[in-house]
Design a protein around this ligand. Structure first.
Ligand SMILES: [Zn+2]
Length: 172
């Protein structure tokens, strides 16, 4: 009986490593997203990551990806929805990917998941809205946190696929 707790501790330590391994396998099998996460929406980055100097300082805690209002947002990797609902009148979704890594989708017009849902990579989770209030171009704000600190989402997104870019671009 004395071994019980130690087995549980070992599993807890190994779980993130197992999870990361599984995501890597999925990445290798998806030609259009080699090297990282699926882009939650496909479009140009119109506002880059600009980490604040202090936790409450000004900055940009993520990236803004241009997307027409109502564009489907997909999960970039497997995870569990830890938040899906309004904050100050705007919709936000947060997905926990394990290993201290989470992603947040801001200014949405609709949510397709609920808190506690397990989501798979490429699964639709919501629809984009107008973006930051008063922003001139509709976009998705994507934030990524590692161990509680904001990090550059571009470090996790794979190279954008030109084929999907052309496919998703609206015809004039
Ligand atoms: Zn933003």
């Amino acid at each position: 009986m004395r071994r019980g707790p130690w087995i549980i501790v070992a599993l807890a330590i190994l779980a993130p490593a197992i999870s990361v391994g599984r995501v890597s396998t999925a990445t290798a099998a998806t030609a259009s997203t080699t090297g990282g996460w699926t882009w939650p929406v496909v479009g140009p980055v119109i506002q880059a990551f600009d980490p604040p100097d202090t936790p409450y300082g000004s900055g940009h805690r993520g990236i803004d990806i241009a997307a027409s209002f109502g564009t489907t947002v997909v999960a970039p990797a497997d995870g569990t929805v830890t938040f899906a609902g309004p904050v100050g009148g705007y919709l936000f979704i947060t997905v926990d990917h394990g290993g201290g890594l989470s992603s947040t989708y801001s200014w949405l017009s609709a949510k397709l998941v609920r808190k506690g849902d397990h989501v798979l990579r490429d699964q639709p989770i919501g629809l984009t809205g107008w973006g930051h209030p008063a922003a001139p171009i509709p976009h998705l704000h994507l934030g990524v946190k590692l161990d509680g600190s904001y990090v550059d989402p571009l470090s996790y997104l794979g190279p954008i696929s030109l084929a999907s870019f052309v496919r998703l671009a609206p015809f004039p």
